[in-house]
Write a protein that binds this ligand. Structure first.
Ligand SMILES: O=P(O)(O)OC[C@H]1O[C@](O)(CO)[C@@H](O)[C@@H]1O
Length: 432
């Protein structure tokens, strides 16, 4: 098997190797602190060896539950927010056919917003369908998924009765505590556990990510294998890969490049970037520090955000997710009239056009003052997504260590919740 690669040659006219070396030394220390369990937030390092510890029995149980739901239902609603849905959504979007949604998809998402219209339309869509619910919440008290779950559970009971509803609800939550654990035990739902020492944004390789991906019919074993191989690689010289990415982005940060834009040239990676944004945003954005993680889909956004990136404030850098090999092959046809003057491309693969757009954009943006990193992914498969997740998780742990923050907490997320609870009159929040 091939491996994910990193190319940072296009940052070297913005930061010198010596500046990167300074950050590399910090990265080495941060990596050691992670491996030794001496970093800040060390209670949440379960993700480090997580892929290696996933057993065959666990994977079999996940597959059995997924198969049961696939047989019993037409649609399964994945209820969760943040780390409790983004990893699964990233894999499912990356692996699904672009038009699967129009031919009847097995998996839809809810509980990642509190839009009344969204929930109304979802309930209308599920009316008279055989559906199941996979509810995911580590804390069990997050408002968005709790509201969605209440509505959907009631609908399921109304459509199918209590006994069938129980069969079709699966909960992924804490092993012992929390509202969802209590409810699941009382109702007899099948449950899977989010380990105590794994935070939401690091949970894609637990049942949180694996069960929805299996329900959607994708290869969770290959996903895990990719992560296992990346973990094994990172035990040796391979740690360089994550450490270098962490060092380079911190060297750029030190020079005022405070925004990192993750770029894709394949819309299937849109949610990989969303997953990455939560991972890095919640991990690093604290104590008035941290790189702001943003994302764009090219070439689509070259026709909107492209102008800003080329000529706006020079405080941003790009990390391009570059896929080497496409799944399918399609050539630009020749046209007798050539009115669109496209015949010079006739016979070329569409991906060749895309790759030249990628290279042309990189050169233009570097010329325009935007440092450019490339993460090269051999192919868009579950296996390489597993590698990519682990690469990014480890790099995030290292990068947070370089920055000096606690990478594994997210105290800032509580502020909006407290205000919302106070405004809604939640008991106990009146004084706030
Ligand atoms: O799984 P839970 O506890 O519902 O939390 C969902 C998400 O909410 C947060 O706690 C805050 O956004 C995330 O860290 C987490 O991924």
């Amino acid at each position: 098997m091939d491996r994910i690669k990193l190319d940072y040659s296009k940052v070297l006219s913005f930061v010198g190797e010596e500046e990167i070396t300074v950050q590399r030394e910090k990265a080495t220390k941060a990596l050691k602190d992670l491996e030794d369990g001496t970093c800040k937030g060390s209670d949440f390092l379960g993700w480090l060896d997580l892929p290696v510890h996933i057993t065959d029995d666990e994977l079999n149980r996940i597959s059995a539950c997924a198969n049961k739901l696939r047989e019993q239902t037409d649609v399964v609603v994945i209820v969760g927010i943040g780390g409790s849905y983004l990893g699964a959504k990233a894999v499912i979007e990356a692996m699904s056919g672009s038009f699967d949604a129009y031919s009847g998809t097995k998996v839809v998402f809810a509980g990642n917003n509190v839009s009344e219209d969204y929930l109304y339309e979802l309930q209308a869509f599920l009316k008279d369908k055989k559906f199941g619910i996979c509810v995911i919440s580590k804390s069990g008290t997050t408002t968005e998924p709790a509201v969605a779950f209440r509505l959907l559970k009631d609908q399921l009971i109304e459509q199918e009765g209590v006994a069938v509803a129980r069969e079709r609800i699966v909960a992924i939550t804490d092993e012992k505590k929390g509202a969802l654990r209590t409810m699941s035990d009382r109702e007899g739902y099948e449950t899977f556990v989010i380990p105590d020492n794994v935070g939401g944004r690091y949970s894609v390789l637990t049942p949180v990510g694996l069960l929805p991906v299996a329900i959607a019919g994708f290869d969770v074993r290959a996903l895990v294998k990719g992560a296992v191989d990346m973990r094994a690689y990172s035990k040796g010289n391979g740690a360089e890969l994550s450490a270098t990415y962490a060092a380079v982005r911190n060297a750029l940060y030190e020079k005022g490049y405070v925004i990192e834009i993750t770029v894709n040239f394949n819309p299937k990676l849109h949610y990989v970037a969303e997953w990455w944004k939560q991972l890095y945003g919640e991990s690093e954005g604290k104590e008035n520090k941290g790189i702001f993680p943003a994302s764009v889909d090219f070439t689509t956004d070259l026709h909107s955000m492209g102008q800003y990136i080329q000529e706006g404030r020079r405080n941003l850098f790009e990390t391009v997710l570059s896929i080497d090999k496409t799944k399918y092959s399609l050539q630009v046809p020749c046209d007798a009239h050539d009115l669109d003057k496209l015949n010079y491309l006739a016979g070329k693969c569409v991906d060749e056009v895309n790759k030249m757009a990628e290279l042309g954009t990189q050169l233009a943006h570097v010329d325009g003052g935007v440092p450019n990193i490339r993460v090269i992914i051999p192919e868009l498969t579950e296996y390489y997504l597993g590698q990519l997740f682990y690469f990014y998780e480890l790099a995030c742990g290292i990068s947070g260590g370089i920055l000096g923050v606690n990478t594994f907490d997210q105290p800032g997320v509580e502020a909006y919740k407290n205000n919302m609870f106070m405004l809604l009159g939640k008991p106990g929040y009146e004084k706030k």
